[in-house]
Design a protein around this ligand. Sequence first.
Ligand code: NAD
Length: 502
Amino acid sequence: MAETKLFIDGEWVEAASGETFPTYAPSTGEKIADVAKAGREDAVRAIEAARRAFDDGPWPRLSGAERAEKLRKVAEILNGRVQEISEIEARDGGGTIKKAMFADVPGAVSSFNFFADCAQNMPEVVERGESPFPPAKSIVRYEPYGVCSGIVPWNFPFIMASWKIAPAIAAGNTCVLKPASFTSLSAIEMVKACEEAGIPKGVVNLVTGPGGSAGEELAQHPAVDKVAFTGSTEVGRRIMQLASGTVKKVTLELGGKSANIVLDDADLDLAAAGVLFGTFFHNGQVCESGTRALVSRRIYDEFVGMLVERAGKIVIGDPMDMATDLGPLVAPSQVDTVERYVKLGLDEGAKLLCGGSKPTDLAQGLDPNAYYLPTIFEADNSMKIAQEEIFGPVLCVIPFDSDDEAVKIANDSIYGLGGGVWSKDLDRAHAVAARMRTGTVWVNDYHMITPNQPFGGYKQSGVGRELGDIGFNEYRQVKHVWANTATDRSGYLHFSALSANI
Ligand code: NAD
């Protein structure tokens, strides 16, 4: 049985308490490792190591190009281990091996390469053009914040870890990462790659353990300058409160209840595939899942029939098998949550069109309590199942009569993370997209996130952006330096604002 450690100040160490916690393969319920259980004391040790590495170590003083070289090395190491890391990711989190190999590991490799490019190519010092008071000149310096903590959820543990570590260190910060307790294992592989690439000690630290203790310390400790959190809106609110004590920079990537709008002129074949992919990919355990399909009443019956028929073709089974489309949810407790919402939907009067139960025909050895069938409800947008994030394979289909009404329903949500519009008329689709109050809209597509474009939420889906040059700048402070070489200040008004006699 594997036993894992924390990574603090360049050393693999046990938790100060010596405690561990088990991690399971949700597909079978089998225990796969004992994970070091970091408490507050360990989080503080990691933060202090990151602080020293920032204040006195070489990393922030390297050029962008030098840091870029190290990040590219990390990418290269990870790229050489796609199969191995994908197996760890799929076994620990229950996502399919297909998803890990096509999305998670290559996505993390691209993140390291993209942020290496940012470090190399995005200038750290920018002259700001003609001064209104020559010869005085302004420059803006883009500087790292210092110590950044990254707290990530269990749904995409590997790629989320890369979205925290890569931009933070590319910009010259040091960091402490905390994975979710369900899924600690793949982040360990990422940190090993950072170590192997020769990133100096203290620059990347890892604490595995519960949010309530280690996580809280990462959000509130005075030596942390920035907190980057991905997870539920509820915990995001808590993070904001904790970080407010020392007025830290905070970025939050939170929950969602995104609308996938199918207009009456959509390519129905493509849109049906897109709506199913948008909802059921990774069992709906995706923050931007399009869990509300808004469908034009003109095509409603035909389209919903297509959804139900095709949902039945999704292959459920062993996540380690390349032929499997959907594995288990992350844990039986997540299935319990889904069951609660399905019951609530029925109580609210939603019409169950398919699914609504655990599968009964799983292969032997798979844990039936960790699986749930793709479920489709015809619902009203005011129902709880259409308003609250379920984080499971549950789609609400909601009819509309006009583009205006579709936009109104889409925006009738506390969230604003993702969304889709399906139409053959691009102008019409863009007009709808422009009116959606959400951080990302895909037109005739879904779930396409690339490291070079910003990702984040409106409303209670978050604060700030990850990815892209915009996401990179969330890890850089802006300093304005005004330098004046004039010796005669008589033409300047600002000194005179105090006195002409000084
Ligand atoms: P969660 O909020 O329960 O936990 C996220 C992380 O926060 C975990 O590492 C957890 O240990 C830690 N944590 C929990 N309580 C804490 C506390 N009091 N202080 C500090 N840290 C604490 O979320 P989850 O269940 O792991 O993930 C699912 C949620 O994440 C969903 O709401 C989903 O929408 C969201 N999510 C958002 C995005 C995005 O980019 N917007 C991406 C993925 C997941």
